[in-house]
Write a protein that binds this ligand. Structure first.
Ligand code: PLP
Length: 399
């Protein structure tokens, strides 16, 4: 397996993850900032109140606008993504729709990938579609096709990398260059990579999105999402779609994610190390037709992954020989691996889209987005890699 061009060994990511974001208590000296369980904040007087209600930079007013626990989390994300500012939401989906609702107006055109995350696809196609926003769902891995799809009214190019279900890798810098050339906003859902594996803003993207529910939290116990980008844009989105629509993160969850960022690097290193081993095991397995893992030279996005990521991540998908029935059989026979649709957690989670998450999707449409009958997706957890391998080996032996 060829190493990424920058494997991240000499960076200071962990230090920034731990020390950024005002995360101690100046009043008591507690090494952790308290969780501010408060829906609102007392004003010093009428003028103070007027100012804080108008401008969240002046201080706290009401938690739907901002809260000190949220500020710590946003500060850490901004630092790790090297962004001017970040903005937290109640879920990843809240962050995505916050950005879309803020940026798009009737008549606008959007370019997104045909395998865009299901809720994002739904908001673009069904909800914003209703208000006259038109989206072309294409293969954003093909830069020529992306440029061809650009129209006068195109206001957003939206990508995900790595993306479901084939762990597809998009040329982030190529997309950012197209956006700049045509003055179109570019946004990336970087959930699978986390701030540790890639820095899209440094590659020229305008906005980065994470579902914090996944690797940032890492323990399946909280939901959240976050955007990072320019201060001006984050301020405007805070006003438009956080304060006035209200997908606000709870102080408790903001704390959980701040804590998650402190251990993100060590967790990601193990996720990546184990995923490499398991991908190698799958590659040699006689019951497996095809393995999608960006670390493998056979993966179509391998060269881009080497260039833009510090490691290849913890997500793998693979296609078992024997189609639908074989996929179901693997699901029925795993013991250590947990059947669930989530990802990025301590436990290894496995799912078979054709019979689980996508069973209701028309087969032709499912195949079109790369979800073949025998495709299995696995999020490699933090258990010992050898135990994960043994479990998969016995489950595959049932085929
Ligand atoms: C889970 C996920 C989301 C949605 O995040 P929630 O926190 O579940 O709302 C968006 N994009 C990707 C790539 C995801 O995996």
């Amino acid at each position: 397996m060829k190493e990424p061009e920058n494997n991240g060994e000499d960076g200071d990511f962990a230090t920034r993850g731990i020390h950024s974001g005002e995360n101690t208590c100046s009043r008591t000296g507690a090494l952790k900032a308290p969780v501010y369980y408060a829906s609102s904040f007392e004003f010093e007087g009428v003028e103070d109140g007027a100012q804080k209600c108008e401008d969240f930079h002046a201080g706290y007013c009401y938690t739907r606008q901002s809260n000190p626990s949220q500020t710590v989390f946003e500060g850490k994300i901004a630092e790790l993504e090297e962004a001017e500012a970040a903005l937290a939401f109640a879920t990843g989906t809240g962050a995505v729709s916050g950005l879309l609702l803020h940026h798009l107006t009737p008549g606008d055109h959007v370019i997104a990938d045909k395998t865009t995350y299901s809720s994002t696809h739904y908001v673009l196609e069904n909800l914003l579609g209703k208000f006259g926003v038109n989206t072309s769902f294409i293969d954003t891995g093909d830069l020529e096709k992306v440029e061809e799809a650009i129209r006068e009214e195109t206001e957003l190019i939206y990508i995900e990398s790595p993306a479901n279900p084939t762990i597809k890798i998009i040329d982030i810098e190529g997309i950012a260059d197209l956006g700049r050339k045509h003055s179109i906003l570019t946004a990336i859902d970087s959930t699978f990579a986390t701030p540790y594996l890639q820095s899209p803003l440094n590659l020229g993207m305008d906005v980065v999105i994470h579902s914090a529910t996944k690797y940032i939290g890492g323990h399946s116990d909280a939901m959240g999402g976050v955007l990072a980008g320019s201060q001006k844009m984050m301020d405007n989105i805070r006003h438009d779609t956080l304060k006035n629509i209200g997908a606000v993160i709870s102080p408790r969850n903001a704390y959980i994610f701040s804590r998650g960022l402190e251990t993100l690097e060590v967790r990601m290193k193990k996720h990546c190390r184990s995923a490499r081993k398991i991908a190698g095991f799958f590659k040699e397995h006689e019951k497996i037709k095809n393995v999608n893992y960006p670390g493998l030279e056979s993966h179509p996005g391998h060269e881009n992954a080497r260039k833009q990521m510090t490691d290849y991540g913890g997500m793998i998908s693979f296609e078992v020989k024997g189609g639908l029935e074989a996929g179901k059989k693997v699901m029925e026979n795993v013991e250590l691996c947990t059947l669930a649709v989530d990802l990025g957690h301590v436990k290894t989670l496995i799912e078979h889209p054709a019979s689980m998450t996508h069973w209701y999707v028309d087969r032709e449409q499912r195949l079109e987005s790369g979800i073949t009958d025998g495709l299995v997706r696995i999020s490699i957890g933090l258990e010992d890699a050898e135990n994960i391998r043994e479990d998969l080996e016995q489950a595959l032996a049932s085929l």
